[in-house]
Structures are given as C-alpha cells and as structure tokens.
Design a protein around this ligand. Structure first.
Ligand code: 5GP
Ligand code: MG
Ligand code: MG
Length: 188
C-alpha cells in the first residue's frame, strides 16, 4: 500500500507543530547533494559516511541512496538533546565509530548544526584519526545559533533559529518517524 502524504500539522507531546519543509523539498535537495558528492569524490576515492546518531539516521540513509556511486557507512553516537528545545551545550560521546578511519575519505553526516558544538566535536575526534580527507554534511543549519565556527561542506537548508522536529529530529524521542520537518505552531 502507498504511504499517505506527510500531514500539514502534527501534535507531539501535547504541542502543535506545523509543516516547515515538505517531504518533496527534503528529498529533492538530498538528490542534489548526492549528485554533488558523487561528482566531488569521483576522482578522490570511495567516501565513508559517518552518521551521527540518533538524529541523522534518516538523512544518512537517504543521502547514501542518493549518491550514485560506491560509499560506505558507519555511525557515531552522541548524547541526545533530552526533552528540551534548546541545545544543552554539552556533548557526550555514547559510541565511537567501529570502522578504521585512518587514510579514509570521511564525510560526517549530521541532522542539524545548531550551536555547532556537536559537529565540531565529531570533526575534531575524527581529525585525530588521520583520515585521508574529512568533510561534513548536514541537512539543516541554523546560522543564527552558531556558538563555534565550523565549516560545513554540504548543507541541505539554512533555516531560521527555530526548534524543528521530524525526519530523524526528535521532541522527547518522538517525531523522528515523520517524513517532513515541522516547527512549533505559535498560534495554536
Ligand atoms: P548542536 O547545538 O551541538 O549544533 O546540536 C546538537 C544536536 O541537538 C543536534 O545534532 C540535534 O540532534 C539536536 N538539535 C539541535 N537543534 C535542534 C532542533 O531544532 N530540533 C531538534 N529536534 N533537535 C535539535
Ligand atoms: Mg544530531
Ligand atoms: Mg534530540
């Protein structure tokens, strides 16, 4: 059976959220990023995508399928945001990567770069393992929320400084299953 379209509004943990980025917008941007990565790595070597759990699991899977060339995948796990809507500013590592990254062409894949602390932490950890090259990708970035400077090579969307849910991004561990991205509906 066909999946019903992603709804225009959802309720999560008693709060109303409205559509911010549709499934079509997300998937068409991911196809562009996949083509770009394939072109960039064609003469470089096979990249290994390192998804940052939990939030980036869905983006990592879709991005990998959008790259029309060989790639590998592994995961890094950082502590979650908890139930709050603002970044805790604390980064705790829960699981390191299993793959050997020395000499590899690594692309760190995040769901969102908010303060930038998580992305910077993972990039610093991986840099210390002497990869052949190191780049980063994020589906979303909030330029106004940056607390540390971190260059991201592949950005899906620059967004407003708002709390978003869906497409891997949670609110108290829920909403990760939504295929579109939603923001709090202040008028509800
Ligand atoms: P950072 O502040 O370190 O850049 O982001 C930390 C992590 O917090 C992100 O990887 C993401 O999982 C989570 N996060 C940041 N902003 C949001 C947001 O707007 N919504 C949700 N659900 N999670 C977020
Ligand atoms: Mg994340
Ligand atoms: Mg979270």
């Amino acid at each position: 059976p066909e999946l019903a379209a992603a709804p225009d509004a959802v309720t999560c943990r008693g709060e109303r959220f409205k559509l911010y980025l549709s499934e079509e917008q997300i998937q068409s941007r991911i196809r562009e990023l996949g083509e770009q990565i394939a072109a960039d790595y064609a003469d470089v070597g096979i990249p290994i995508l390192i998804g940052v759990l939990n939030g980036a699991f869905m983006f990592t899977a879709d991005l990998m399928r959008a790259i029309p060339a060989d790639s590998e995948v592994d995961f890094y796990k950082l502590s979650s945001y908890g139930e709050r809507k603002v970044s805790s500013g604390q980064v705790t590592e829960l699981k390191n990567v299993d793959a050997k990254l020395e000499g590899r062409h690594v692309i760190v894949v995040e769901d969102i770069v908010d303060t930038g602390l998580s992305m910077k932490y993972v990039l610093d950890q991986i840099e210390a393992l002497n990869p052949a090259s190191l780049r980063s990708a994020t589906l979303l970035r909030k330029p106004e929320a940056a607390k540390v400077e971190v260059d991201v090579d592949y950005v899906g969307f620059d967004i407003d400084n708002l709390f978003v849910i869906g497409y891997g991004l949670d609110y108290g561990q829920l909403a990760r299953n939504l295929r579109a991205i939603y923001i709090l509906d202040e008028e509800a």
